[in-house]
Design a protein around this ligand. Structure first.
Ligand code: CAA
Ligand code: NAP
Length: 240
């Protein structure tokens, strides 16, 4: 039987590519989304992948969704915590809701979606969790104090949980993409985006498929890659 993989934010952008890559690798994928019904319906029509709508920032909704997926398809053995948002603003202008929405969607979501699957993974002695952080969680980004804090938190979450599950057959890894050509990035003002691209040594934005391939690589690994953060950023930021 194909292993069940839940991809949060799996209907658009990077998540869409992750869902398709996992499906092509033989997984039974369920793709979550938050509100864009039209995009989700188009994704389902195009790929045939099952979709499920719930808010990753809401703990109860996540627990109910995992229970529903388990009942309909079987236990979730692969979880990709991908859903995320930006609410960019310089910090001196940032409103409390811009802080809270980003922390809730980009960081609380990891607790909300992982907590309902982790006990089953421990009992079965197998699990693969991949979290999507960001280059801006590694280096910090002006205009994104909220997002940089959340995405740095994703890396800490990954390292700590990896240690807890290592002797239970569970790996928890993290990907830190650079700037990838999705709606999130094309929303940046053109003159600012031009400046950003000029700072990427390979001279282009990344493609969502370049992240999908790394997710499959981590999910298929035998278990010795654990607690790692893999940078996929066109050489924009290199670190020790
Ligand atoms: N890289 C380089 N320069 C940047 C920059 C960036 N990421 N962000 C802002 N700047 C520069 C601007 O070009 C501008 O320079 P000049 O004064 O020389 O014109 C200066 O900082 C001030 O910017 P704005 O005039 O745009 O200021 P604002 O108050 O109108 O807007 C802002 C502030 C909302 C933060 C806006 O600058 C912005 O959207 N910046 C982009 C921030 C960013 O990188 N977001 C990433 C979104 S994609 C993502 O998050 C995915 C991921 O993980 C990589
Ligand atoms: P995107 O194109 O904006 O897609 C975001 C996806 O997340 C959509 O499917 C969206 O659902 C879903 N989502 C948002 N909020 C949600 C919520 N509260 N509950 C459930 N689903 C929710 O974004 P992307 O560029 O693909 O980014 C995907 C992830 O990669 C994010 O975590 C982002 O921070 C990270 N990342 C992106 C880049 C980049 O350059 N693009 C770089 C580094 C890291 P709807 O369609 O319903 O809105």
């Amino acid at each position: 039987m194909a292993k069940v993989a839940l991809v949060t934010g799996g209907t658009r952008g990077i998540g869409e590519a992750i869902s398709i890559s996992l499906r092509d690798a033989g997984y039974k994928v369920v793709a979550n989304y938050g509100g864009n019904d039209d995009a989700a319906a188009a994704f389902k029509e195009k790929t045939g992948i099952d979709i499920i709508k719930f808010d990753v920032a809401d703990h109860q909704s996540c627990a109910e969704a995992v229970a529903k997926i388990t009942e309909e398809h079987g236990a979730v053995e692969v979880l990709v915590n991908n859903a995320g948002i930006t609410r960019d603003s310089f910090f001196h202008k940032m409103k409390p809701e811009q802080w809270r929405e980003v922390i809730a969607t980009d960081l609380d979501s990891l607790f909300n979606c992982t907590r309902p699957v982790i006990e089953g993974m421990r009992e079965r002695g197998f699990g693969r969790i991949v979290n999507i952080s960001s280059i801006n969680g590694q280096k910090g980004q002006a205009g994104q104090v909220n997002y940089s804090a959340a995405k740095a938190g994703v890396i800490g979450f990954t390292k700590a949980l990896a240690q807890e599950g290592a002797n239970k057959g569970i790996t928890v890894n993290c990907i830190a993409p650079g700037y990838i050509a999705t709606d999130m990035v094309t929303a940046i003002a053109p003159e600012v985006l031009q400046k950003i691209v000029s700072q990427i040594p390979v001279g282009r934005l990344g493609e969502a498929e370049e992240i999908g391939r790394v997710v499959v690589f981590l999910v298929e690994d035998q278990g010795f890659i654990n607690g790692a953060t893999i940078s996929v950023n066109g050489t924009q930021y290199l670190h020790g």
